[in-house]
Design a protein around this ligand. Structure first.
Ligand code: FES
Length: 250
């Protein structure tokens, strides 16, 4: 396949970025999107130039590192997959592909297509954990958990923290991410004791980091590679409201 790439290039966080054009020649249709970038980068390096910088790690949809917007959509218009799971057979010969970093004030560009998502780490550090000694693994059925709760917790736990929800939202809201992480722990009995403290701390840290507010656009749900439901946002709003009232009363 032969394609034209329009790629965001930015040498450092404070440098002025620009779109540059590259010709991607002889790309196998079975190559992944990131393998296509590898091939293009090989040519750039052989010509003595600076390769296109992009994040990746697992290349199998697990780590959430691959933060690209393809033709304006985080992880591409294919639903339920990450950038690294996009294959070139989804494009047509001669296509022009626009490739940009995830855009949000809370995700500053580091270089080219790499963004700093450490804001998510700080939200998790604020409350996305269970603060008790768990000891060795207990017998699996020692704590009975209803099927519905177990399913909800598991669905929320599939969030890989990629940030596509933020990049797709016109408000750059992180509510789907925070809702998923809080819901995962709050739904399980082990997480109940710290539920109020967790929700208040994570939402406040989210605000401190500069993410926007949720206005129910559902763009986050549409681009989430793990197809996490916006129901976690409603649950987070209810939990936050209840925790705020109890905080004032107590
Ligand atoms: S590189 Fe790990 S999810 Fe894409």
């Amino acid at each position: 396949m032969n394609l034209t790439l329009k790629v965001w290039r930015q040498s450092s966080p404070n440098a002025t970025g620009r779109i540059e054009t590259y010709e991607a020649r002889d790309i196998p249709s079975e190559a992944s999107f990131l393998e296509m970038l590898d091939i293009v980068n090989t040519g750039i390096i052989e010509a003595g130039n600076d390769p296109i910088h992009f994040d990746h790690d697992c290349r199998e949809g697990i780590c959430g590192s691959c933060s690209l917007a393809i033709n304006g959509v985080p992880h591409s218009k294919e639903s339920g997959i990450t950038t690294c799971q996009v294959h070139m057979r989804k494009f047509r010969e001669g296509d022009t592909i626009w490739i940009e970093p995830f855009r949000a004030r809370a995700f500053p560009v580091i270089k080219d297509l790499m963004v700093d998502r450490s804001a998510f780490d700080r939200i998790i550090a604020a409350g996305g954990y269970i603060d008790v000694r768990t000891g060795s693994a207990p017998e699996a059925n020692a704590i009975a958990i209803g099927k519905e709760d177990a399913d909800d917790a598991f669905d929320a736990a599939t969030c890989i923290g990629c940030g596509a929800c933020v990049a797709a939202c016109k408000n750059a809201s992180a509510m789907l991410f925070v809702g998923a992480k809080a819901s995962h722990l709050n739904t399980l009995p082990q997480g109940h004791a710290e539920k109020d403290r967790r929700v208040l701390a994570m939402v406040r840290q989210m605000d401190t980091e500069g993410f926007g507010n949720c206005t129910n656009q559902y763009e986050c749900e549409a681009v989430c590679p793990k197809e996490i439901s916006a129901d976690v946002i409603a649950k987070l709003n209810r939990d936050y409201a209840a925790a705020s009232v109890r905080e004032v009363v107590e």
